[in-house]
Design a binder for this molecule. Structure first.
Ligand SMILES: [Zn+2]
Length: 247
């Protein structure tokens, strides 16, 4: 016996309906934005840099909106399917008497149900790429600024009067290849940290007052700090290039 007959023959595929997962496309697009960012920070002159960074921030905003829309649609389709199934279950099972009626009547469209649902989508996942792209407008404004996400939790870097220092605590020189500890968030230059661990498999974090036991493998490149240094470098370069007669 057929139970829970679908409203219409064309609804056979109904339960396999899925929203295409666009997440990999969004992640690739973010990677490309970041590659472009490194390229322009490296090659663009400081006059054109502002416009290019603005355009990257705008593209990222668009991307975020699309990401949220996709998650909303995904959630709406799932909820719409649930409601459709609930209603479908209340219809009498298909039999010879009602066969003609089922075949003749127009089945309601899933679209009708999707539009009626409450839009409760899960928030997008924040990746390392997101952290960098979200930090970009703030860092462009002020490479030494505290980021809004880090307020109250930022302990990993040297802070002087609410602003960051772009100096490695080990080498006491500006960061060249900043590396961040995944365990405590402290940042050191690659050269300094490599020398510090020379001949040791693990040691205390070199940051004063941090008692974390660390190994060299606990460090990963710190792209946010790298971005700060590169943009700060461009700013200083710009100041040096400004002709004296306009000062
Ligand atoms: Zn530490």
């Amino acid at each position: 016996m057929i139970r829970n007959a679908p409203l219409h023959l064309r609804c056979r595929q109904f339960h396999s309906l899925r929203v295409v997962d666009l997440n990999p496309v969004y992640q690739d697009a973010k990677k490309e934005l970041i590659q472009t960012l490194w390229q322009i920070v490296d090659t663009a002159n400081s006059q054109e840099l502002g416009d290019l960074i603005k355009s990257i921030c705008e593209s990222y905003d668009e991307l975020q909106k699309c990401e949220v829309d996709s998650l909303r649609l995904e959630s709406a389709v799932e909820q719409g399917k649930q409601r459709y199934k609930q209603i479908s279950d209340t219809f009498p099972p298909l039999n010879l008497e009602n066969w003609d009626q089922y075949a003749r009547d127009r089945a309601p469209s899933l679209r009708d149900y999707i539009h009626g649902v409450e839009e409760v989508a899960k928030p997008p996942q924040i990746t390392e790429q997101d952290r960098l792209l979200r930090a970009l407008p703030y860092i462009w404004q002020d490479p030494l600024c505290m980021l809004p996400d880090d307020e109250g939790t930022e302990e990993g870097v040297q802070i002087e009067g609410g602003r960051l220092e772009l100096i490695c605590p080990i080498t006491c020189r500006p960061f060249q290849q900043p590396m961040v500890s995944k365990k405590c968030g402290h940042v050191f230059d690659k050269e300094g940290i490599t020398n510090y661990f020379d001949g040791h498999s693990s040691r205390d974090c070199p940051q004063g007052a941090c008692v974390q036991k660390l190994a060299l493998r606990d460090f990963v490149p710190d792209d946010i700090m790298k971005l700060r240094c590169l943009i700060q470098g461009k700013r200083t370069q710009n100041e040096d290039e400004t002709p004296l007669d306009v000062l």
